[in-house]
Design a protein around this ligand. Structure first.
Ligand SMILES: Cc1cc2nc3c(=O)[nH]c(=O)nc-3n(C[C@H](O)[C@H](O)[C@H](O)COP(=O)(O)O)c2cc1C
Length: 195
């Protein structure tokens, strides 16, 4: 696939076929990730975890459910509105057959570089996924929620090496509807040119 075509086809996919990603396609994705740029080339600070076990994803998704409940509780306290008793089923991973978590070694030397690194890896994964006919979506919200619930032990569930923190996830799978090229609205990023 031509590079511009990959860029134009890439979109956030949130509906997946309930089929596993073929192992060789998953390997290709992980191989692509290795070509991502990393600050100071400290590649040893990045760790990827492939999760295909729905039970683990379900446990991690609990963080999003709890956060939504807390938000609903906050809303009730502030606005005195009725909160539905039933726990709303939330799947922050959209039923994707695989989620690749991007973790970074905790560090304070270069604040923020861990997110920049993780984003470079994530975008590389997205573009590779798209070029392979796979769909993907960046997962950020639930990872933030995971940190708010220490008893969830998300680093333990992900079996991370010591001192690593998961920052982003890329949920991937075979898209329910094949993706096609699209155009961008003109209201896109603003640009200024300096003479
Ligand atoms: C930093 C960042 C965080 C994001 N977090 C989430 C997320 O937690 N869940 C989700 O469904 N999409 C998430 N997205 C996907 C965006 O909503 C999506 O990229 C945006 O709406 C543009 O749509 P497109 O990807 O189809 O071009 C995130 C994207 C970025 C760049």
């Amino acid at each position: 696939m031509d590079f511009m075509e990959v860029l134009k086809r890439r979109r956030s996919v949130r509906k997946f076929r309930q089929e596993k990603i073929p192992p060789e396609e998953l390997q290709k994705l992980l191989e692509a990730a290795r070509f991502a740029p990393v600050g100071s080339n400290r590649r040893q600070d990045i760790h990827l975890t492939v999760v295909q076990n729905p039970e683990i994803l379900e446990k991690l998704a609990e963080a999003a459910v709890k956060r939504a409940e807390n938000q609903a509780l906050m809303k009730k306290l502030v606005e005195d509105v009725d909160v539905p008793r039933e726990r709303k089923r939330l799947d922050p991973f959209y039923g994707a057959p695989a989620v690749i978590f991007i973790s970074h070694r905790r560090q304070t030397l270069q604040p923020g570089i861990e997110y920049a690194n993780a984003a470079c890896v994530a975008q590389t994964l997205h573009l590779a996924a798209c070029s392979q006919g796979l769909g993907s979506v960046l997962i950020w919200g639930v990872l933030e929620a995971m940190r708010e619930i220490p008893e969830l032990d998300h680093t333990g569930l992900l079996e991370l090496p010591p001192d690593f923190e998961p920052l982003l996830g890329v949920a991937a799978g075979i898209p329910e509807i094949p993706v096609t090229e699209r155009s961008r609205q003109p209201r896109d990023f603003s640009v200024n040119y300096l003479p």
